[in-house]
Design a binder for this molecule. Sequence first.
Ligand code: NAG
Ligand code: NAG
Ligand code: NAG
Ligand code: NAG
Ligand code: NAG
Ligand code: NAG
Ligand code: NAG
Length: 634
Amino acid sequence: MKLKGLGAGLISVWLSGFLLIALSFYGTLLLSPSLHNPSFSSDSSVSPRITIFTALHDSSSSFDSQAIHSWLALSSQVKIVLFTQHNNNSSLTDTFGSRLLLDSTVDFTFLGTPFLHSMLARTEAYASDIAVLIDPHTLLLPDFISALNYADHELDRDWLLVSSSVNIPRFPFHWDQTGRFWRQYNGKRVRFGELQKMISLRSLQSNSSEGSNMIMAWNNVDSPLHCGVLPPFLYQRGTHNQWIVNEALSCKRRFVFDATSTISSVSIGNAERKYDTRSWEYIGNSHLGKLYGSLSKSYALPKLLKCNKRYILVTASDGFRTREKISACISRSKSRSLKLEPVKKDQAVSPLKLPYDLESLLPLVADKNRTVVLSVAGFSYKDMLMSWVCRTRRLAVPNFLVCALDDETYQFAILQGLPVFFDPYAPKNISFNDCHFGSKCFQRVTKVKSRTVLRILKMGYNVLLSDVDVYWFRNPLPLLHSFGPSVLVAQSDEYNTTVPINRPRRLNSGFYFARSDEPTIAAMEKVVKHAATSGLSEQPSFYDTLCGEGGVHRLGDDRCVEPETNLSVHFLDRDLFPNGAYGDIWLKEDVRGECEKKHCYVLHNNWISGRLKKLERQMMKGLWDYDASMRMCV
Ligand SMILES: *[C@@H]1O[C@H](CO)[C@@H](O)[C@H](O)[C@H]1NC(C)=O
Ligand SMILES: *[C@@H]1O[C@H](CO)[C@@H](O)[C@H](O)[C@H]1NC(C)=O
Ligand SMILES: *[C@@H]1O[C@H](CO)[C@@H](O)[C@H](O)[C@H]1NC(C)=O
Ligand SMILES: *[C@@H]1O[C@H](CO)[C@@H](O)[C@H](O)[C@H]1NC(C)=O
Ligand SMILES: *[C@@H]1O[C@H](CO)[C@@H](O)[C@H](O)[C@H]1NC(C)=O
Ligand SMILES: *[C@@H]1O[C@H](CO)[C@@H](O)[C@H](O)[C@H]1NC(C)=O
Ligand SMILES: *[C@@H]1O[C@H](CO)[C@@H](O)[C@H](O)[C@H]1NC(C)=O
């Protein structure tokens, strides 16, 4: 519905009087170059391009097609971007046509929950005048567009509009695609005014309009909503709407206002969805809200109201000066408003614990070959862990799993949405900077790795163990699978190009693929037993157990066979799986180019001492996929 232009004749004496009062009372907020010329353009060629963003929680989750229909019906200038894990669901595009785009480039957790910061970063990629972020179950009526048009035309600075919706269990009408209107089930057409009335009646009855089904809309989509850095909030799991409003207010870059009373919107079936089993996701978001961002006081947003077909903005502090006429008008508009719980720093939040242990995580993350990619990390390598995770996400390898060596890493990983478990047997005092190759600390940590791999193999899953300092260029799993059963495939740590790659103690225990079969499990038992009694790291235990001391069980130049278990060990081609000292790859100007030339699958950032040097080398060479300051993958 386009706003009716306010012709000069329409502006009665009363109205101009009212405007004058309004002007004087709501001075700073009344936005007013355009008040002198208060007619909206009804020319659709200048109406703003609007992009509505929403996300599905996992690829199979359903949403309300009624909601999507209602958005597309708002205006021909509306486009929809639906973030989903797979952009190949043709039933969606068939139903809604070309104004609905599927975008699978944002990050999701292992349970398929999208990350809000990743979604918001992505909104900038779409050219539009106004961006809208909305729950996929929220139905909109055309007064939404009127409110946006108002903001677009009348506000003389960047703005953020927020609005909350009324919950209803179901929407008792269906969309008539050809007629482009709503019908009752008896076939009778429903008029917009009737819908509006129904919604406003409903909102009077309902108690609350929480922040959880908040609609946000903003202009100048290239400019950030707030000054802070959004933590990795899980979309639609609480806290983030409050956080954004709070940060946007304290940043003052945008004018933030509540348009709830002017927008008819309903959230369908929200009550049932709210209390699902993933309450830990809500707890995680509230941790993030506490951890990051500024302290917030309670606040009352300026409200957009509609009076006699005109919009006015009112701030809380104006309230006491409200004159009779205006107050009558305001009460007529049955003003609803957004209720947000401010993010409180002093509020205690329960400790973070994922409701999954190793055993219950495995079936959630393993691929159809029952294979998982395992990484083991302590807090000193948390950024490197994230870079590694971003890389696996980029390569669309979803079946990774993180073993946390300490509680800090465990908590951190949960907040990043990673499938993580905590090894209670891990050594407790891992040195932050000095846990490098050869150190006592390193020896203790590596033994956790083989023990964990063995546990997983015994539960019936194959394991690709990859240290976080292994940079992945492409997914090695199909190749590693092709070696078949009873073969353990490992990276060689040999750097000398003129000697066999299976020389003594050249088995790298930081990147290997072990199958859950009898020979492998029996051989890994031996490795773990050997390591437990050895004063060295686990790496020599691997070699001495599987290839024999001095390499007596070697076979050819790239294999060993352990005689008791008949497990074969295959050393991987170093051009495809180079270690950090092979071919001076890390010394090359263009490491990535060099690896692409060799068709590397991975490159190990080993053969370098010290955490900082290691980090620096990988960042300097551009093999880094995590922006710690933005808290997101790049
Ligand atoms: C496609 O999307 C619809 C609607 O959300 C859903 O019901 C269906 O399962 C999806 N199909 C696939 C193959 O993911
Ligand atoms: C879409 O792609 C995903 C993985 O890329 C696949 O698992 C799924 O079966 C595909 N769905 C359809 C409907 O093609
Ligand atoms: C409104 O809230 C009160 C108390 O908070 C509750 O008893 C009542 O059931 C609520 N009504 C509705 C319609 O949700
Ligand atoms: C810390 O590590 C050392 C080995 O480096 C070990 O001997 C010591 O018992 C550990 N201390 C604690 C409190 O775990
Ligand atoms: C799963 O196993 C089959 C058969 O070994 C292999 O062809 C395929 O590449 C494997 N898939 C992955 C993702 O590793
Ligand atoms: C590589 O091995 C050969 C033969 O053992 C030896 O002569 C050469 O010095 C080694 N090169 C390096 C760089 O260690
Ligand atoms: C290993 O292989 C040899 C010869 O193929 C066979 O005699 C032996 O029984 C096998 N051992 C095991 C444990 O399978």
